[in-house]
Ligand binder design. Structure first.
Ligand code: GLN
Length: 488
C-alpha cells in the first residue's frame, strides 16, 4: 500500500518511482488521501488542487518512462506557500484582499518545479502577507502544529512546515523575510533553509519586504533541501536582485558529510534571555555532536545581534508599506462593493481586505518613511544594517559557519502570544540577523524538549550554501532526530 510511503523523503519517493515500485499517480493519490485525513485538524493548505495534481502526475509518469524527465523531484508531490504566483490557481497571500486573485503567470520557482516534473498539490497557509510567527495572522483558519494541535506551527510559512512534518507533501517552498522558513521548520521538526539573498529569484513572490525576502525549501532531510535548492536556484533577469553568481551548482553532489577541521563559531548572544532550558540543553548536546565529528568549535561574540530586531521592525514595515500600496481595489483582488467613488474604493478595499497586523505594519512603515522621520528611523536602521553585515563578515574571516539555536522556544500554545506583540516579535530573534545581512541559514531537527522538536541553525557567509548544507548533513548523519515523525 502506498500509504506506507507518506513519511519517506523526496529522494526515496523519487527512487521508488524510478524503479517502478510506485507510480507518481499512486504516490500523489496517497498524499491527497493523507491531506484528506489530517488537514481538517491542521489547515496546512489554503487551496488543494487534487485533480490537476493527478493529471500532472500522469504526465510525469509518461515523461519518466520516456526518459524526458529525471530530476530529483520528478513525479514527487510538493506544496508551494500561497504567496507565490501559480498560473490559474488562487493565490491569496493569506489575505482577504487577494481572496479572488488567480494569477495569469507562474513565479520563477513554480516554473522551475514544473520543469523538474514536481507535482504541485496546492497552496500552503501563511500569516497574511508573511507577517507573523505563528500562522495566527492568516485570514484563513490557522495552521496547527502536527506534534500537538493545540500549538502553533510557527510562521509565517506554518502551512508548508506542517505539511512536510505531517506527511502532506514531501517537500514544500516557503519564504523567509525574518525567519519564516527556519522558525516554523524548527517548531515542526523539519529541515528549512533560507538561501543567500539573490540566489533564488523572487519573480512571482508576492512582496513583503523586498530587501529581505527570499524563497527556500522545507524537507525531511538535508539531501532533499540540497536537491530542491539545486532545482530552484539560478539567475533570472526578471528579478533585478537575482545574482548572476546563482545557479549551476549541484548542492547534493557536495554533501560529503566530512566536516573535520571545519571552524564553527558559537555566538554567545544567541543564548538569549528567555531561551527555554530544554532548548539550551538540546543546543549544547548538538555542539558536542559537531565537535565529535571533528569540527573545531569556539565561542565568539556578535554584539550587534541585539539591534537586529529593532532594525528589522523599521526596514520590513517600511518596505511593506511601499509594496502593499499596489492593493488599491482597482487592478486586481478584492474591491469594495459599497464604495461610491475612487477614493472610497481605495480606502474601503484596504479597510475590508487587510487584517490588523498588516494594517499595523503599513502604518508603522508609513511613519518611519515620512519626511520628518526618515533620517531618524529608516536611514538610521540602514546604517545599523551595514554594521551588522560587517560584524558577520568579520566573523566569517575566522569561521566557516556559525551554529546557533533557531528559536528560543519550542512550539507555543495557540493564542498565547497574540495579545503580546513583543513576545511574538521575539520569536525570530535568532533568525532575523541572518536576513538583515542577506546570509544563508538552515535549520535542522536538533532534538526534543517537552516532547516537541527543537531546531539547530547553521549560518554561512554569502553564497556559502554548500558549506552549511554539508555541516547540516554531517550532523544529520550522526543523529536520529529527523527520523521521528508526529503521530497525528
Ligand atoms: N516573524 C517575522 C515577521 O513577522 C518574520 C516573518 C517572515 O520571515 N516572513 O515579520
Amino acid at each position: 500500500m502506498t500509504s506506507g510511503h507518506i513519511f519517506k523523503t523526496a529522494h526515496e519517493a523519487r527512487d521508488l518511482i524510478r524503479s517502478g515500485d510506485v507510480s507518481s499517480v499512486e504516490l500523489t493519490q496517497s498524499i491527497l488521501d493523507r491531506i484528506e485525513q489530517v488537514d481538517g485538524d491542521l489547515n496546512s493548505y489554503i487551496t488543494i488542487t487534487g485533480e490537476r495534481a493527478l493529471e500532472r502526475a500522469a504526465e510525469a509518469d509518461t515523461g519518466i518512462a520516456a526518459g524526458d524527465i529525471d530530476g530529483p523531484l520528478a513525479g514527487v508531490p510538493v506544496m508551494v506557500k500561497d504567496n507565490m504566483a501559480t498560473m490559474g490557481t488562487l493565490t491569496t497571500a493569506g489575505s482577504q484582499i487577494l481572496k479572488n486573485f488567480v494569477p495569469p503567470y507562474d513565479a520563477h520557482v513554480v516554473e522551475r518545479l514544473k520543469d523538474a516534473g514536481a507535482i504541485i498539490l496546492g497552496k500552503g497557509n501563511l500569516d497574511e502577507f508573511a507577517m507573523g510567527s505563528s500562522n495566527e495572522n492568516s485570514s484563513y483558519p490557522p495552521t496547527r502544529n502536527p506534534w500537538d494541535t493545540t500549538r502553533v506551527p510557527g510562521g509565517s510559512s506554518g502551512g508548508p512546515a506542517a505539511a512536510v512534518s505531517a506527511g502532506e507533501a514531501f517537500v514544500s517552498l516557503g519564504s523567509d523575510t525574518g525567519g519564516s522558513i527556519r522558525q516554523p521548520a524548527s517548531l515542526c521538526g523539519v529541515v528549512g533553509m533560507k538561501p543567500t539573498y539573490g540566489l533564488v529569484s523572487r519573480y512571482g513572490l508576492l512582496a513583503f519586504a523586498s530587501s529581505l525576502d527570499q524563497i527556500g525549501p522545507f524537507s525531511r532531510d538535508v539531501t532533499d533541501a540540497a536537491n530542491t535548492l539545486t532545482v530552484i536556484a539560478g539567475y533570472d533577469k526578471r528579478d533585478s536582485t537575482s545574482s548572476p553568481k546563482s545557479g549551476g551548482n549541484d548542492y547534493t553532489a557536495g554533501l560529503t558529510g566530512d566536516i573535520s577541521g571545519m571552524k564553527l563559531g558559537v555566538p554567545k548572544e544567541y543564548l538569549v534571555d528567555g531561551i527555554e532550558p530544554g532548548v539550551r540543553a538540546a543546543y549544547q548536546e548538538s555542539l558536542k555532536v559537531l565537535e565529535g565529528l571533528g569540527a573545531t568549535l569556539e565561542e565568539t561574540s556578535l554584539p550587534l545581534t541585539d539591534q537586529a530586531l529593532a532594525v528589522y521592525y523599521i526596514i520590513a514595515p517600511s518596505e511593506a508599506s511601499a509594496n502593499l500600496a499596489r492593493y488599491d481595489g482597482f487592478k486586481y483582488g478584492h474591491s469594495s462593493e459599497i464604495a461610491e467613488n475612487a477614493w472610497e474604493v481605495m480606502d474601503m478595499t484596504r479597510g475590508e481586505g487587510f487584517g490588523p497586523e498588516v494594517k499595523r505594519r503599513i502604518i508603522l512603515g508609513g511613519y518611519a518613511l515620512s519626511a520628518g522621520y526618515y533620517d531618524a528611523y529608516y536611514k538610521k536602521a540602514q546604517q545599523v544594517r551595514t554594521l551588522i553585515r560587517q560584524e558577520f563578515a568579520g566573523a566569517f574571516e575566522k569561521f566557516d559557519a556559525l551554529v546557533t539555536p533557531t528559536s528560543p522556544t519550542v512550539a507555543f500554545e495557540a493564542g498565547s502570544r497574540t495579545d503580546d506583540l513583543l513576545a511574538m516579535y521575539l520569536s525570530d530573534i535568532c533568525t532575523i540577523p541572518v536576513n538583515i545581512a542577506g546570509l544563508p541559514g538552515i535549520s535542522v531537527p536538533g532534538g526534543f524538549s517537552e516532547g516537541l522538536p527543537v531546531g539547530l541553525q547553521m549560518i554561512g557567509p554569502h553564497f556559502g550554501e554548500q558549506s552549511i548544507l554539508n555541516t547540516a548533513y554531517a550532523y544529520e548523519q550522526a543523529t536520529e532526530w529527523h527520523k521521528v515523525h508526529p503521530s497525528i
